[in-house]
Design a protein around this ligand. Structure first.
Ligand code: DAV
Length: 358
């Protein structure tokens, strides 16, 4: 077997990007209604999830998003990045476990949610949504290929997603000062997108898909080489850190001003880049996120950043902070719940494990 230690190699969000997985949107299915959606999804679309869970998203929206994704892939390739795609599978098929059933899955549009790359290791996340239980299927051929080429391939303990994992009382007694979550500590769960990597230091938020046991599992799995820091934000519906807190390069931290109050003391001395308000129009459908998906950008290295073409205030800010902006159309993809960071997972960045906080 040909073991190339450099096949999978990524420690942070900014070393020069050499290879990336970009999601696919074909087969995207409306997730079935569940308390974990109640805790995170825009109210405007609750009735859609309730009524149409298990059915494909409208074809026109899928086609428009696919066009942008394909264009994004061409852009990455023109910047010298190798692009790999997951398999296209239909997610509108029901399945069940001994305890529960799901009308269908979700999609393979957001590799950042499901795969966590730390160094030469790819970790499959134990995701909390029942509609994402078999999502990994779309990535298995890629994972087998990376494994054959020498990558370390792991999976967190397979969660059972039974009733005890969920907080059925969610929303019924929420008070101003105490944040409650839709999930309990019954078993470890996390989405990879609640973690953001800065070399030896990894930052995470506890959320409606990531519990303390999931965070503890990852810390013990990675061992003392890495330090996982749990951060708290002013976000009543947390799910995924990457529209809130985005370390972009050594010494440069992009923040969502509505959610980040106190800057963690470790970031003393860093430039704190306060994102301008998103400019996405109110009528544009965003089934899964807030408008702050605007700051879900992808770094190609410490300078080049891919930003949605219509986010003019953000583009202006990035330029004034000294970045080289690469604009790309992605509004129709945003509809499905993410932007350039969510739609990708870095497989290889040219760099080594370092500490940025000593
Ligand atoms: O609405 O801020 C966006 C992140 C999606 N992965 C939000 C969540």
């Amino acid at each position: 077997m040909n073991h190339t230690p450099t096949t999978v190699n990524s420690y942070n969000e900014w070393d020069p990007l050499e290879e990336v997985i970009v999601g696919v949107v074909e087969g995207s299915t409306i997730p079935q209604w569940h308390v974990t959606l109640e805790a995170t999804m825009p109210k405007k679309y609750w009735s859609l999830f309730r009524q149409k869970g298990g059915k494909l998203f409208p074809e026109g929206q899928i086609t428009a998003a696919k066009k942008e994704l394909d264009e994004f892939c061409r852009l990455l390739e023109s910047e010298g990045v190798t692009v790999r795609r997951p398999d296209t599978i239909p997610f509108n098929k029901p399945y069940s476990s001994p305890e529960w059933t799901s009308h269908g899955g979700l999609y393979a549009a957001m590799p950042r949610d499901i795969l966590l790359v730390i160094g030469n290791e790819i970790i499959e996340s134990p995701m909390a949504w029942r509609s994402r239980y078999f999502e990994i299927e779309a990535y298995r051929s890629l994972l087998k290929d990376y494994f054959a080429k020498g990558a370390k391939w792991s999976s967190a303990p397979k969660p059972l997603l039974g009733g005890k994992l969920y907080n059925d009382a969610y929303g019924k007694n929420q008070t101003q000062d105490k944040l409650e979550y839709a999930i309990t500590e019954h078993e470890p769960v996390f989405d990879a997108a609640d973690f953001i990597r800065c070399g030896r230091d990894i930052f995470v938020q506890q959320s409606n898909v990531t519990n303390q046991l999931g965070i503890e599992w990852l810390q013990r799995h990675l061992g003392s080489t890495y330090r996982i820091h749990t951060l708290k934000f002013e976000d009543k519906h947390p799910m995924h850190i990457d529209a809130t807190f985005m370390p972009l390069a050594p010494g440069k931290l992009l923040i969502n001003p509505e959610r980040v109050g106190q800057i963690p003391s470790m970031f003393k001395g860093w430039d704190i880049l306060t994102a301008p308000r998103p400019s996405i129009p109110g009528e544009h459908p965003l089934y899964f996120t807030s408008k702050w998906v605007s700051i879900n950008v992808l770094m190609l290295d410490e300078e080049r950043v891919i930003v949605e073409k219509n986010e003019l205030p953000l583009i202006h800010s990035f330029k004034s902070w000294g970045f080289k902006v690469i604009p790309c159309s992605f509004r129709n993809f945003n509809t499905f719940g993410g932007s350039f960071h969510c739609a990708t997972v870095d497989i290889r960045r040219r760099g080594t494990l370092q500490s940025y906080f000593d």
